[in-house]
Every structure is written in structure tokens, then in C-alpha cells.
Design a protein around this ligand. Structure first.
Ligand code: BGC
Length: 767
């Protein structure tokens, strides 16, 4: 990263005219317009900018928490936040242009009226919100939904969330989170698509398309998408949220940036800068990321919003001397809108007056924000989303709840099913549902739901009762709290287990155990629940474990040894119904792990696509010495990325390539036959992995490059066919650029990152 790092340091050190000269001629280039409508918008926006005072300009770059419709706790006592009277005054004065985390059509109209009718220029407010996995109707957490390996599903749930949000007077969502998450200790794994780059790219694009819709941002159902947290936020060292990050340019560009690029290619017009420092430079003050890469390389035309006070945190980082310096650095780096800190409003006028930030840079940021407001149609219809009748009609609709159930079912992953213990019978089998999540409704939405409809949460117990013929066949016993013992709990659980034919043990993490700032040192099941599992297993009754989790978990003892294990994550509003659909066999499980379940917490960070070493272990030999392994375990996964069983079994035939040589600009077809040997319909997710055998940079053992979903009736065989091209063999080289080198590649068409036998394909050099 030498040259870019030098540029970065130079820019940071210099201020005033010298700093600007170092930024290069193209830095404040003319905005690009791609259509007549955009040209009209630009003319309108520039006419407005010409009339704005510097305070009004700073106001358009100022984003505050909505004190009218939502009163967040822990608001930073900056700029009278949380005080409706003060913020009303600011809207009138034009010193706040954007509010976030308030919803509601009626109140939205009242607030917008202040901006449109009572401020000097009548510029409409932009309303943003963290609509991460649903508004009132809550869909599975993004990590769970990633397990469906289904971009169409991700697009549809994002669409439904957008329809509900847009009808509640919201214009922008702070989603999707597209941070590739390789350390399961990091709590925010739950908010994204897991450890794999390709899956993150595909789902990032799908979610952006879903939020923004296909009829343009001015459509009444569109929400502006905001991929976050740019960039490498998830690479926090040791998985501790907010921690610093350090990595090579090849890793940054090969792993952490591609899902952002995919989001922008899908049309995302805003992006959030993260809290973290990257190689010593906080990303919110990082011109190399926010300008060189984002603008100059990728041509991103939308606006950059800081994460919650992240520009203010440049001071705590020791990267800025004070608030004024922090505002200057963030603005010059490329942050257009300041979230919550109030620093832009406070310091922009003086920074410009003293020549520390050029007016042209402020105008550029304002233009980006106003162009986005124009793209959202706010100048023509500032009251979009302010119709309470539409809000009532679409929010929490039956169609959305049906979709939540479908998404829930598709997100469930069957890890193990010895002796075909599952599915359970809906009648004639006595079931003891044991564990802290049996009748619980507080831990089914998962993290990042602010407005979920709590009156419509379906517990496991409710789902089971609805699916079972005789409610008398079910007993529900808590046994333990999530993180504490429950007096008499184990005794009651053992008694219930003893009287049942089968135990369903619902254990794992609470909502509060994953999400922002919820990093863990061990990714295990809390001790009181492990004790409960021991006691229940000791009864000798067959146990089905239902895991509740926002990350991969370390499984041990009787949990690991249970005959059946199902990953049920946090599935949202319809959780109980979705789990019952799978547990009682109405639908065969089809989900696949988007994160590897390692043997031990201490393997973290672990991802299947770690680079190989000079001392690779033969993992079949338990006693190997002086190879890359631990004393306690091989460096593999207990349940690998991509793993997921169904009812019955799917078998794979041999992989047959159409040719063994791939021409430089050609393609090779690869096919494998998959057979459903079971007696019910299933869906198989066939995964294409590659490995470059000899390359100029050490390669991962495997990389996922494509996936095919195959639906198979009982007994049916079908071929899964893939086309392999040179682009899929590309990697980011040591110089940070995409590269592809002729030579031999291993290719797998298989069922998980640890399954299958490769065939080889040779990439020929250019003719
Ligand atoms: C989170 C963001 C979120 C923002 C606004 C921050 O603490 O990191 O993901 O969008 O708050 O709520």
C-alpha cells in the first residue's frame, strides 16, 4: 500500500491551500449527469446552492436523531438533540436537513411541513432509519437469511421492508451491512451475510435492489440503500467491536471491498463510513478510501454519511486535535454528511472563512445530498410516504407475514440428523420443549429491530401447538435462563424429559448477545444452558437441539453429541411457525451455513477460505506434528461453510467438465448429477469452489465462485450445470489489482466447503 499510504499521509498533514493542491485536480470535478432528469435536478440544485448561506449549507450536511417520532436513549447531548422544540427551530433556520430513526406517516407530514413551509428555502428533510431486517414485520436477521443462499429471497424481504418503511415516511435505510465477517467473536456477524466474499457480493446487490426497487428512487416504495460500514469494519482485531484493523491491500480489495462495489453497481446512492481505523488511518478521515477508491476509481456519485459521531471519534483516535480539526479532516477525506455529532454545523462556516476547507468542497457535499433528495423525488413530492391510509394498508400485511415465514423456513440449517430423528410426528409423539427459548418471545426478532410489532411474535411453543394435532402432547419447561441458572429449572426439565418420547432443547444466545458492541471472547453456549443440556441428555431420551444464535457457535459435550442439531438463528415475527414447518416436516430443510462452525472458539478468526500455509495438515491424521494445526484440534470446521442437510439424503455423481482446458476468452461447462435418495421433495444447493494451484500470491484452499439450487422430487436425479470463465479465476494480486494467471485449477461441485473431490481445469494463456 506504499504509494497510497504516502498520498494519504501527505493529505492529512497539509491543510489549507497546500492540502488542496495535494488533493489533485480531479478531486472536486464536475458532477456527472446521465439523463435529462438528472440534468434538470442538477440545475435546480445548483440554483438552490447559489442562494444558500454557509449555515444553510452546513445544515444540509447535518443529520440528527429524530426527536419527534423516536427518542433514542443515550443521545449525545449535542445540538439540543432529543429536544423537539430546539430541533423545530433548527429546521426553520435550515440548520438541520436530515433526521433519522423516526417513523410514522402522520408525524412525518407534520415535521416535513416545518421544513417545506417554514424554512427560508423550503428544502425538504431527508428521513433515514435503521431498517435492517424489516420494519413492523420482522424478517430473519441478515445472517440467517444468508443461509438460504437465495438472492431472490433477500431481494424480496428487502423489498417488503422498503414498502413498510417508505409508507412510514422514511426515505433512506442504513442497510445492507455488507461487512464480510470472519471472526465469530465479533457481535455484528449477525447483521451481514457471513464469511464468504462471493455470497456477500451477491446478497449485497440483491438487498440494494430490494430496498431501492426497480422503478427508480422516486417511486413511492423505494428506500435509498446505504451499504455499511465502509470499510473493513468487520476486521476488528480479535473480533472486538470498534477495534482497529490492519491488513494488506490485497486482502482489503479481495475480501472487504467487493461487496461494497457490488452494492454500488446495483445502484446504491449512499454509503456509511465506519468507526474503525484501517492501517492506522480512521476510515472516516481516510481520503484514500473515501475519495481515491470510492470516487475516482469506482465513480460513486451518491453521498457518504459518517457512522454515529465517527467524525467526532477522530479525536479519541488521536487523529484530530479537536472538533474543528475533526470536521476538517472528515470533510476533506470525503464524508459528506455528519451523523449526530453536530461538528459540521458548528465548524464549517469558520473552516471555510479561514480557508481550511474550500467552499467548493462544501458545495460538492451539499450538491450530493440535494441531488439524492431530488432523486428521491422529495422536491416534487416532499410528503411522499406521509399517507396514513397507505401506511395502515401495507405495514404488517398478511403478504409480508407469509414472506417472513417463507424466509424463516429457508434460513433454517439442519446440521445433523442421526437415525432420522427429524422430522417429528405432529401426532402420537410426546414432546418436551425445554430451554430458555421454548415460550420466549423476547429473543425471536434478534438484534436491530426498533419497530417490530411485538404483538405478533410467534414463539416456538405457539408454532409447535399450531402444528401438532394434540396440544396435550407438548410440555414446555424453561429449565434455565439464558445466562443464569433458574432455581429448580433442571429438576423440572429432567422430570419433563423423563415423561416424553423426545426432547426438543431450545438453547443458545439471547438477542442481546450479538449485535453492535456484543463481542464475545468465547463463542460457546452459556454455562447454565450447558448444564441443562447435560442433565437432559443423562435421561437417555433422544434430543433435538434447536440453536438460537447470531453467529457461529462452538458446540461441545451433549449439545455436540445430540442426534439432531438445527440452527434456527433469530427468524423474526414468524419464528415459531417457521421452525415448526421444518421440525414437523411440512417443508424439508434447505439452508446452508454462511459461517463455519469451528471446533473451538480459539480458532477465531476462522473462515474456510483462509490462505494455505507451507505446512498444511493432513486432517485425517490426528497425530501429525509440526503442521498447521492446534494441540486440541485440526484447523478445520466442525460444520463447514456451505454445510446443511435435508430430510433423506442427496448423493453426488462424478463431476464432468466439457473440456479440461479453458481458453483465455472461452468457457468450460461443468456438470454433476445430484440424486435425492429420500422420500420427500428437497432442494439441494450445489456449490462451485476453485483453487489456483500455483499463483504469484498464496491462495485460499478454496473459494466459492457460484451456486446452483436444484429442486428434487423423491428419488429424482438432475444435473447441476455451471459455466466456468476466466473472470471466476481472478484474484487480487500483491499490487492490489485484479489478476489471473494461466495454469491448473482445482474445481469442486459439491455440498460444502469441506466436501467433494476436485477435478482439474487448465487455464490456457492468451492466444
Ligand atoms: C451503527 C450503525 C447504525 C447507526 C445509526 C451506529 O452505532 O454502527 O450501523 O446505522 O448507529 O443508528
Amino acid at each position: 500500500m506504499t504509494s497510497s499510504a504516502q498520498t494519504l499521509t501527505r493529505r492529512h498533514m497539509l491543510s489549507g491551500a497546500a492540502g488542496l493542491a495535494a488533493l489533485g485536480a480531479g478531486w472536486i470535478g464536475a458532477p456527472r449527469v446521465a439523463s435529462a432528469r438528472q440534468a434538470d435536478n442538477l440545475a435546480r440544485v445548483d440554483a438552490l446552492i447559489a442562494r444558500m448561506t454557509i449555515q444553510e449549507k452546513a445544515g444540509q450536511l447535518n443529520l440528527l436523531a429524530d426527536p419527534f417520532r423516536f427518542r433514542p436513549q443515550n443521545v449525545n447531548p449535542l445540538d439540543g438533540q432529543g429536544d423537539p422544540a430546539r430541533v423545530t427551530q433548527m429546521i426553520r433556520e435550515g440548520t438541520v436537513g436530515n433526521l433519522f430513526n423516526g417513523i410514522g406517516a402522520d408525524a412525518g407530514r407534520r415535521i416535513q411541513t416545518i421544513a417545506v413551509e417554514e424554512s427560508r428555502l423550503g428544502i425538504p428533510l431527508l428521513f433515514a432509519a435503521d431498517i435492517i431486517h424489516g420494519l413492523k414485520t420482522v424478517f430473519p436477521v441478515p445472517l440467517a437469511e444468508a443461509a438460504a443462499f437465495d438472492p431472490d429471497l433477500a431481494q424480496r424481504t428487502a423489498r417488503a421492508a422498503a414498502v413498510e418503511g417508505a409508507a412510514s415516511a422514511v426515505h433512506q435505510t442504513y442497510a445492507p451491512m455488507v461487512d464480510v465477517a470472519r471472526d465469530q467473536r465479533w457481535g455484528r456477524v449477525v447483521e451481514g451475510a457471513g464469511e464468504d466474499v462471493w455470497l456477500n457480493e451477491v446478497l449485497s446487490a440483491a438487498r440494494v435492489r430490494g430496498f431501492q426497487g426497480e422503478r427508480g428512487l422516486a417511486d413511492r416504495d423505494a428506500l435509498l440503500a446505504t451499504p455499511k460500514h465502509f470499510a473493513a469494519y468487520s476486521a476488528a482485531i480479535a473480533g472486538m467491536d470498534y477495534n482497529t484493523t490492519d491488513m494488506s491491500e490485497a486482502t482489503l480489495r479481495g475480501v472487504f471491498l467487493p461487496p461494497f462495489k457490488a452494492a454500488f453497481e446495483a445502484g446504491a446512492l449512499s454509503v456509511m463510513s465506519g468507526f474503525n481505523a484501517l492501517n492506522g488511518v480512521p476510515v472516516t478521515g481516510n481520503p484514500w478510501l473515501l475519495t481515491d477508491i470510492l470516487r475516482d476509481e469506482w465513480g460513486f456519485a451518491g453521498f457518504v454519511v459518517s457512522d454515529y459521531t465517527s467524525e467526532n471519534e477522530l479525536i479519541a483516535h488521536g487523529f484530530a486535535a479537536d472538533g474543528r480539526d475533526a470536521a476538517r479532516i472528515a470533510l476533506l477525506a470525503g464524508v459528506d454528511m455528519s451523523m449526530v455529532s453536530g461538528l459540521y454545523l458548528e465548524h464549517i462556516p469558520d473552516l471555510v472563512a479561514k480557508g481550511d476547507v474550500p467552499l467548493a468542497r462544501v458545495d460538492q457535499a451539499v450538491r450530493r445530498v440535494l441531488m439524492t433528495k431530488a432523486a428521491l423525488g422529495l422536491f416534487d413530492n416532499p410528503y411522499r410516504g406521509c399517507d396514513p391510509r397507505r401506511e395502515r394498508a401495507v405495514v404488517g400485511s398478511k403478504a409480508h407475514h407469509d414472506l417472513a415465514r417463507e424466509a424463516g423456513v429457508k434460513s433454517i440449517v439442519l446440521l445433523k440428523n442421526e437415525g432420522a430423528l427429524l422430522p417429528l410426528k405432529p401426532s402420537g409423539q410426546k414432546i418436551a420443549l425445554i430451554g430458555p427459548f421454548g415460550d420466549d418471545v423476547d429473543n425471536i426478532f434478534g438484534p436491530w429491530t426498533i419497530w417490530g410489532d411485538e404483538s405478533r411474535r410467534v414463539s416456538l411453543e405457539a408454532g409447535f401447538r399450531a402444528a401438532m394435532a394434540d396440544a396435550g402432547d407438548l410440555v414446555v419447561v424453561k429449565g434455565s435462563e439464558v445466562e443464569a441458572e433458574l432455581a429448580g429449572g433442571i429438576e423440572a426439565a429432567v422430570l419433563a424429559a423423563g415423561q416424553a418420547d423426545v426432547v426438543v432443547l431450545a438453547i443458545g444466545e439471547s438477542t442481546r448477545m450479538s449485535g453492535e458492541a456484543q463481542s464475545r471472547t468465547e463463542i460457546d453456549i452459556p454455562a447454565p444452558q450447558r448444564a441443562l443440556a447435560e442433565a437432559v441428555a443423562a435421561t437417555g431420551k433422544p434430543v433435538v437441539v434447536l440453536l438460537r444464535n447470531g453467529r457461529a457457535l462452538e458446540l461441545a459435550g451433549p449439545v455436540k453429541d445430540a442426534p439432531a442439531i438445527v440452527v434456527t438463528w433469530f427468524l423474526g415475527s414468524e419464528m415459531g411457525h417457521a421452525v415448526a414447518d421444518v421440525v414437523f416436516g411440512k417443508v424439508s430443510p434447505s439452508g446452508r451455513l454462511p459461517v463455519s462452525f469451528p471446533h473451538r472458539s480459539g480458532q477465531s478468526p476462522y473462515s474456510y477460505d483462509h490462505r494455505i500455509t507451507g505446512r498444511p495438515a493432513d486432517n485425517s491424521l490426528a497425530t501429525q506434528e509440526y503442521v498447521a494445526r492446534y494441540r486440541e484440534t485440526t484447523n478445520t470446521a466442525l460444520y463447514p461453510f456451505g454445510h446443511g442437510l435435508t430430510y433423506g439424503a442427496v448423493t453426488y455423481g462424478a463431476v464432468t467438465p466439457s473440456e479440461t482446458s479453458l481458453a483465455w476468452d472461452g468457457s468450460v461447462e461443468l456438470s454433476v448429477s445430484v440424486t435425492n435418495t429420500g422420500d420427500r421433495a428437497v432442494e439441494e444447493t450445489v456449490q462451485l469452489y476453485i483453487h489456483d494451484r500455483v499463483a504469484s500470491l498464496v491462495q485460499p484452499g478454496r473459494r466459492l465462485r457460484d451456486v446452483r439450487k436444484v429442486t428434487l422430487a423423491a428419488g429424482e436425479t438432475k444435473a447441476a450445470v455451471f459455466t466456468l470463465r476466466r473472470s471466476q479465476l481472478e484474484f487480487i494480486g500483491g499490487d492490489g489489482r485484479p489478476t489471473v494467471e494461466p495454469g491448473v485449477f482445482n474445481v469442486w461441485l459439491t455440498s460444502s466447503a469441506q466436501a467433494g473431490t476436485p477435478v482439474t481445469v487448465r487455464l490456457a494463456p492468451p492466444a
